[in-house]
Design a protein around this ligand. Sequence first.
Ligand SMILES: [Fe+2]
Length: 302
Amino acid sequence: MGLTTTKAPYIEQAVSNGEMYIEQPYELYSADNHATWQRLYARMQDHWARYANQRFLDGLETLCFEPTHVPRLEDVNRFMAPRTGFRAKAVSGFVPAFDFFDCLSRREFPTTITIRDGQSLDYLPEPDIFHDIAGHVPMHTDPAFAETLVRFGACAHLAADMVRDMSDREERRRRLSSIQNALQRFFWFTVEFGLMRDASGQRVTVYGSGLLSSYGEIVHSVESPTVQRYPLQLEWVINQHFEIDHYQPLLFIVDSFDQLYEQVATLEAWMKAGKLDYVTPGWRDMSQADVESFLEASLRPR
Ligand SMILES: [Fe+2]
């Protein structure tokens, strides 16, 4: 069993105890779990060399993953924290949106510790350690990207602060749902599925973690003529619904990480100006638990 996604007794126990933040019980990884990491890591090498953003490749070098073993979070943090202050923090599974963004604002990255079943390398019922550590964490070694995440995470607090004094509960919930939708969509189309045009303007590279951890979609995202790729436009992104269960048909391209940071600043300004209060309602991209987490945060005293 080891620490295989959806089949780990250690995780089931933590969830039934209501523990969101946990330890990484490294000795529980089975030989199969390590073999799965090895296969996933090995087969991405050529794809990363060809499609990944240079900052990601630099991050991989900084982190010194062992190709043959699931990484220990403490080792990851030993290499990462001195660069940007970011730390991977083990979680038992789903982290509601507010708590997730709050962690980012504190330079903590909620990290899944289970690994997908080796029988189905491409099928992912939920995030796993390969997605979180190999897909996300190398980007967190880059100072500009790390600052972008911190500022983005702080937007969740701003959202809670902005409605704190509202007396109308229903309006408070509606407004937070809208803002949360906007934030979630921004995160999805940048941190998870972002593309970047390189300085020459000729080439597109991948910095989104959902793409960087997917053997099939990283190629598809850059090469497929069926994917719509557009320069990132904030007003579009915050109103654009997405689906999580298939390759993304629509992706957005930024020119630089400076531009990405500026977009977060604009997102923040728009939130303050009330421009995120009426984004297109969600369809399947919104979970009740995510909205509740924002609502709870807004009810806490400052
Ligand atoms: Fe992710």
